[in-house]
Design a protein around this ligand. Structure first.
Ligand SMILES: Cc1cc2nc3c(=O)[nH]c(=O)nc-3n(C[C@H](O)[C@H](O)[C@H](O)COP(=O)(O)O)c2cc1C
Length: 365
């Protein structure tokens, strides 16, 4: 059991990502914690693991909201015990231009839905358009190390990594790129590495790797050979066919990796004005996150959990997408999830982990 500092649930709003400003501004303006309101918070009842490591709760922040160590430490002080450093690369990579976050209608989306209507006000769903920006390893590696040093021992530091292929990159080169980034993250103190095999915002193979099982297998074998026994997760996108579920459960077992699902749903974003035919992002799709994806994530998770059960296999499964309520967290945990990840809710409500812990304590799974 762990005891740790969190905040009193005071009315004062807690700072969070400012979607009206660009990525660079948010990177260099991490929220600060007001320690004057700090008080002791209760534990999360139960025994939890994350990628096989002992964890204080089943609540993780997904890759995205935590741009650097300062962001990560802020959320760690708000009751999140598992924190993922936003996806990094083997070289510096720029962010897409503003807008990076466009609110969209909260109707349920499925992988077959190709467009969604933008909204003027953020309710619970948005289109995400960052393009996986990264500082150079000279910056993110020491930043990860600092972060690990400042986190409490029970808090888990995960690092999301992605390869940066060029037109001439071979499958071997792609695998080596992933393996290099994963190894740097491990050496820099990450407790868990998450390989991002899905990003609906990018058209290159790093964004769609989860759909190319043979290529993904080569990458995973190379990463596993480089890392040895070490907690490894793979982030997947929306599956198109049942045989992909079978293939992924089998591959995850072989390489001993957990599966995180799903990295948004791709859709074009039609402008707010109902009479307009115009689209954001020049009509190219972006990843939709938040409530609109909740049903699709639940469906995919169920398919994976059933397949895992039917084969008596045990790769850890971690759902992400549209998780907001304690009831959803309970349903996933009862359904066999090792933990859950949130991005949107952590940004809309930084007190989310504390509130869900209180709810889980009042009504355990
Ligand atoms: C602001 C923001 C940035 C994100 N950046 C990344 C990223 O760098 N790497 C990644 O794998 N997923 C990224 N995502 C996707 C999230 O990890 C998550 O899969 C998605 O948002 C669905 O979860 P949610 O509904 O709780 O937001 C990002 C999401 C948001 C909202």
């Amino acid at each position: 059991m762990w005891a740790y500092m969190t905040l009193k649930l005071v009315d004062k709003p807690f700072p969070t990502y400012d979607a009206s400003r660009d990525y660079e501004w948010n990177y260099s303006h991490p929220p600060r914690l007001d320690h004057s309101v700090a008080t002791l918070n209760s534990d999360c009842p139960g025994r939890w693991t994350y990628a096989g490591l002992e964890a204080a709760s089943p609540l993780a922040i997904a890759a995205g909201p935590l741009l650097n160590s300062q962001w990560l430490l802020y959320y760690a002080s708000l009751g999140f015990d598992i924190l993922t450093y936003k996806t990094v690369r083997r070289r510096a990579w720029g962010c897409y231009p503003m807008p990076n976050l466009v609110p969209v209608a909260s109707q349920s989306l499925f992988s077959s839905v190709s467009e969604v209507r933008a909204q003027t006000v953020m309710r619970d769903s948005w289109a995400v358009s960052f393009g996986m920006p990264s500082r150079s390893p000279d910056v993110w590696r020491p930043d990860l190390s600092r972060c690990r040093q400042q986190l409490a021992p029970h808090q888990i530091l995960a690092a999301s990594v992605v390869a940066t292929p060029e037109s001439s990159t071979t499958p071997v080169g792609l695998a080596e790129d992933y393996a290099q980034c994963a190894d740097w993250a491990r050496q820099s103190g990450a407790d868990v590495v998450e390989l991002n095999f899905s990003c609906p915002n990018v058209a290159t193979c790093d964004g769609q790797l989860y759909q190319q099982l043979d290529l993904a297998q080569g990458v995973l074998e190379t990463v596993r050979a480089k890392l040895g026994p070490y907690p490894l997760l793979v982030k997947l996108g929306a599956m198109q066919a049942p045989d992909q579920v079978v293939g992924w459960i089998d591959l995850a077992r072989t390489v001993q990796a957990g599966l995180v699902m799903i990295n948004c749903l791709g859709a074009k974003v039609r402008v707010e004005d109902a009479s307009s035919q115009n689209f954001y992002f020049s009509g190219t799709p972006r990843g939709i996150a938040g409530h609109a994806t909740a049903q699709a994530v639940a469906e995919q998770f169920k398919q994976f959990a059933q397949q895992r059960k039917s084969e008596c296999l045990s790769p850890p499964l971690i759902p992400v997408g549209g998780i907001a309520e304690a009831s959803q967290v309970r349903t996933y945990l009862k359904g066999g999830a090792e933990a859950v990840q949130v991005a949107t809710m952590a940004m809309l409500n930084p007190k989310w982990a504390m509130q869900i812990k209180a709810a889980l304590a009042a009504q355990p799974c």
